[in-house]
Write a new protein. Structure first.
Length: 111
């Protein structure tokens, strides 16, 4: 039993290939920034990324999205901010963002 998807995945009127289709640095950055506020668990991230990759998303941006989405999310950021000071929360989010960008870039160009 398969899942039928349209030929062009439309997100807010724009094609996925335009923004995260390539393997360049801007695609990886966009995917990492989008991934951080998402509440992604690995069980739902893999099927989502499967569809996005089939629709033209680059593998580097896909890795950046999964690292950002599973590393930090809005609920996790809210919990961390309730316990830690603002500088620590900014450091936490920055580390996840940098790790997602580096991971996506390494995956795109090295692997």
């Amino acid at each position: 039993m398969g899942c039928r998807t349209p030929n062009s995945l439309t997100i807010s009127g724009h094609n996925t290939k335009i923004h995260v289709g390539g393997g360049d640095m801007s695609s990886t950055l966009i995917a990492a920034v989008i991934g951080i506020p998402l509440y992604l668990r690995i069980e739902m991230a893999i099927p989502l990324l499967n569809v996005l990759i089939l629709k033209g998303m680059g593998l580097g941006p896909a890795i950046a999205l999964i690292i950002g989405g599973t590393g930090a999310s809005l609920p996790e950021i809210a919990l961390v901010s309730a316990v830690l000071k603002r500088k620590a929360v900014v450091a936490f989010v920055s580390i996840i963002l940098i790790a997602a960008i580096i991971g996506g870039t390494l995956f795109q160009y090295v692997i």
